[in-house]
Design a protein around this ligand. Structure first.
Ligand code: XMP
Length: 338
């Protein structure tokens, strides 16, 4: 039987044996895999680990602060936080093509990470949160398959240029095991069981050109949606209406969806507010249920929940006067809008 305590003891010993007294750097994204890798390696070698957290300015509301609180403050992990939002937004100015946006964000990420890592001259290892499905996925994709890079931007070439040895302590684990390990290492459940978030972040959830004004509006709308999903539990009424099963009653709608987020549409429409006319932007809500993210159904959320989210966004986020719900399945639509 797979006992987590024993697993941690063994993994910690292995990391210590591998690394000795050398120093390790790790790119922390705030995602589950890099977070669990950081917590495990920190348990093994403490201050020999330095994390680099690149904030590209396309994170969710207060996300940078949350990552710093969890790692630097609560766990005592050494974390270098790099606020690179100006650099990223500068490179993205005027760019509207989704694939070009992804490439720019990925390349800039590598550049910033590399510049920061280069300052840590004593580092001999680059740690990554590669998990078993990543290894399988990359097998057959070229000769470096087993060591293929899984940065959260899916960009290769990082360790080659840094001349670092790779430390990948999670390669034997499946996602659910990584989550269990994270909880056992003291990471908050809420963090470990989060929906996936794409590496390019809000960059692919702001359609067309990314502007900081749009990102600010989107962050606030998205936070309202996610908070309401977390705070609303499925009821017997929802089950009777066929929105969920009887076993789902009492679970939060956040846990009953696989991924949920808001999308910023750079489109203005007319509205009324009090005595006045408004001419403001639109936000789309997307929530899906899926097991593998290759195909997905749009989530049949309770109408009252959607109504509450819409009212709150329109009342609280000045600049948004219309909220729509995405009822497209994958295929033919993708989960993200870009
Ligand atoms: P799509 O939109 O292709 O998304 O249906 C499937 C899953 O992949 C995530 N996704 C990404 N993750 N970098 C990432 O790390 C990306 O560029 C990227 N694009 C999509 C998406 O959030 C969903 O979970």
């Amino acid at each position: 039987d797979w006992v987590m305590g024993d697993y941690i003891t063994e993994a910690v010993e292995n990391i210590r044996k591998q690394v000795g007294d050398e120093e390790v750097i790790l790119g922390l994204s705030g995602g589950v895999d890099s977070s669990v890798a950081a917590a495990l390696i920190h348990r093994a070698i403490g201050d020999q680990l330095t994390c680099v957290f690149v904030d590209h300015g396309l994170l969710r509301l207060d996300e940078g602060q949350k990552v710093m609180d969890m790692f630097a403050r609560n766990l005592g992990v050494k974390v270098i936080q790099v606020d690179a939002s100006d650099a990223f937004l500068g490179k993205l100015a005027g760019v509207t093509d989704p694939e070009r946006k992804r490439k720019i964000i990925g390349a800039e990420f590598v550049e910033v990470f590399q510049a920061e890592s280069g300052k840590l001259k004593s580092a001999k290892w680059l740690a990554q949160g590669t998990i078993y499905p990543d290894v399988i996925e990359s097998a057959g994709k070229g000769k470096n398959a087993a060591h293929a890079i899984k940065s959260h931007h899916n960009v290769g070439g990082l360790p080659d240029t840094l001349h670092l040895k790779l430390l990948e302590p999670l390669t034997e684990l499946f996602k659910d095991e990584v989550r269990e390990l994270g909880v056992a290492l003291g990471l908050p459940r809420e963090m470990v069981y989060r929906h996936p978030f794409p590496g390019p972040g809000l960059g692919v959830r702001i359609l067309g050109e990314v502007k900081s004004e749009y990102a600010d509006l989107l962050r606030r709308a998205d936070d309202i949606f996610i908070s309401e999903l977390r705070d609303t539990v499925a009821s017997a009424h929802d089950a009777a209406a066929g929105l969920c099963t009887a076993e789902d009653i009492g679970k939060s709608w956040y846990d009953l969806t696989s991924q949920a987020f808001a999308v910023f549409l750079p489109v203005k429409s007319v509205g009324v507010m009090g005595d006045g006319r408004t001419y403001d932007y639109v936000v789309a809500l997307r929530a899906v249920q899926t097991t593998d993210f290759m195909t997905a159904h749009w989530a049949h959320l309770p109408h009252e929940l959607l109504g509450t989210v819409s009212n709150r966004i329109i009342n609280e986020v000045r600049g948004i006067n219309r909220v729509v719900y995405d009822i497209s399945g994958k295929p033919p639509a993708t989960i993200e809008w870009e």
